[in-house]
Design a protein around this ligand. Structure first.
Ligand code: 3IX
Length: 180
């Protein structure tokens, strides 16, 4: 089925903010995290930027492939905001097309291509040298919709308690649960 943008989705151009402050991909509280910033796009799409830091190296002066996969995963995960659905990555297939040096800003875009029950199919690209620059990485993913209980059940007790005691975090989690 064609994906449907939720009527209460953030407006195109709106900065989405972190879904969790401690998130390695988007959180502000992780010193070596990616601090990826995502914006709502048109339809069910997202754009995002991430600048490769020295802490993200694999080979000398180059981004680690796993970090680039994280950037793709996080951008794809941000599509949840537009569907107002909580979903986790089930499958992530990544192509590494060109090496990405430290200091490079990766310009990412992602879109949902189809939804089938709890399964959300999506794809993303990361470009270098600007939003219209050459593709350095791309991915196809399958996200699976889950209830907030998924996190409460599986997350370590101390972080879950802290999240449940943080009104902002509870509000962010609830924002997804209104999905019919
Ligand atoms: C107040 C407390 C607040 C706490 C919450 C805080 C914040 C919440 C807000 C937002 C956060 C949301 C997400 C985070 C966003 C971004 C971060 C980036 C994303 C990630 O980094 S997230 C971490 C990595 N991710 C995982 O940690 C998943 C581990 N995993 C599992 O937890 C299970 O595996 C699960 C749940 C995925 C499925 O389990 P399940 O039992 O529910 O469902 P089941 O297995 O039946 O699959 C249903 C249908 O999907 C098909 N299917 C499943 N997996 C497939 C695969 N790999 N390939 C092909 N098909 C697959 C089946 O074949 C079936 O298909 P069919 O229906 O056609 O038969």
């Amino acid at each position: 089925m064609k994906p449907v943008r939720h009527p209460d989705a953030p407006a195109p151009g709106q900065l989405l903010g972190a879904h969790y402050g401690e998130c390695f991909g988007c959180g502000g509280l992780q010193p070596h995290g990616l601090h990826l910033q995502a914006r709502a796009g048109e339809g069910v799409s997202i754009t995002a930027e991430f600048t490769v830091q020295p802490a993200h190296q694999g080979a000398p002066g180059l981004a680690h492939g796993g970090v680039l996969a994280t950037a793709l995963d996080e951008t794809l995960g941000s599509l949840n905001w537009l569907l107002r659905t909580i979903a986790v990555t089930g499958r992530l297939e990544t192509d590494f097309v060109r090496p990405v040096p430290v200091g490079t800003t990766l310009h990412l875009e992602a879109e949902v291509t189809a939804v089938a029950g709890r399964k959300i199919y999506s794809r993303a690209t990361g470009r270098v040298g600007g939003p219209d620059g050459p593709v350095a990485v791309r991915a196809e993913a399958l996200f699976i919709e889950v209830k907030v209980d998924h996190f409460v059940q599986h997350g370590r007790e101390e972080e879950i308690q802290a999240a449940m005691n943080d009104p902002d975090q509870v509000r962010r989690a609830r924002a997804f649960e209104v999905n019919p």
